[in-house]
Design a protein around this ligand. Structure first.
Ligand SMILES: Cc1ncc(C[n+]2csc(CCOP(=O)(O)OP(=O)(O)O)c2C)c(N)n1
Ligand SMILES: [Mg+2]
Length: 239
């Protein structure tokens, strides 16, 4: 058997890590927590809340590639956040290599928006969820507003460098045009659109059991812990 090179080893490790992350979407307590976050409007359309969690286990660009291979006669759209794109975008190369077309919509909102909102709801100010430079050595949170220097990430250039057709959008009209142009294109197309970090969908009419530290010097975390204990007492398990 040929010897494994360091690159092969890195590939195996990466594959195992990503498969392990995906597998968590099939573990009961994780499924329960994530299912509670699926907005009611999606229940049964077409999957149950739990079904949606399973689907995200095979997530995003990699999942889109599988769908595009399985159904070449259909337009396959992938919506992916900027942070998720940074975690797993290498299948774009596979799509280019195989000549498989998918349309990837990258929503660039300067970091981990959903996790930032979760962090704020736990009194943690979105710490570590922004693509910004540290300020005086500190990774500041959302309360720092725009008084920060964004990281110079160029998603369009990144996707272009992998061999994709790329369309950049600044406005809603650009986005509508880009969707049409992407459908008409003959190869994998990445559409990059900026969106707002703080403008979001309303609450999900549910509560997610994310434990808050019992000990903290931050009053906002202490307050969140009091709230957490109140909510925890009401918890009932239905799955
Ligand atoms: C494979 C995997 N890793 C981590 C997570 C946890 N997670 C859920 S949302 C999220 C943030 C994603 O940020 P982004 O893709 O930029 O989307 P945004 O919330 O900004 O729209 C993370 C890390 C996950 N669901 N799946
Ligand atoms: Mg994001």
């Amino acid at each position: 058997m040929a010897r494994m090179t360091p690159v092969d080893l890195a590939r195996w490790i990466t594959a195992i890590v990503f498969i392990a992350i995906g597998v968590t979407h099939f573990i009961r307590p994780v499924v329960r927590g994530m299912a509670a976050m699926v907005p009611a409007v999606f229940h049964g359309r077409p999957f149950s809340a739990v079904g949606w969690v399973w689907v995200t286990g095979v997530a995003e660009i990699a999942g889109g590639l599988g769908a595009a291979i399985a159904a070449p006669e259909r337009d396959v759209f992938v919506i992916v956040g900027d942070a998720s794109y940074l975690m797993l975008s290498s299948e774009l190369v596979t799509a280019v290599q195989l000549g498989v077309k998918m349309i990837v919509l990258v929503w660039d909102n300067g970091g981990f928006k959903s996790i930032g909102a979760l962090s704020r709801s736990l009194g943690l100010d979105g710490f570590g969820t922004r693509f910004i430079k540290p300020v005086d050595g500190v990774l500041v949170g959302d309360s720092a507003g725009d008084a920060v220097e964004p990281l110079p990430i160029d998603f369009a250039m990144n996707a272009r460098s992998l061999g994709c057709n790329v369309i950049e959008c600044a406005t809603r009209d650009d986005y509508v045009q880009a969707l049409k142009a992407a459908k008409a294109a003959g190869r994998t197309t990445v559409v990059v659109i900026k969106n707002d970090r703080l403008h979001a969908v309303p609450g999900y009419e549910s509560w997610w059991d994310v434990p808050v530290p019992e000990v903290s010097t931050l009053p906002s975390v202490q307050q969140a812990r009091v709230e957490y204990e109140k909510m925890r007492a009401k918890e009932r398990l239905f799955l």
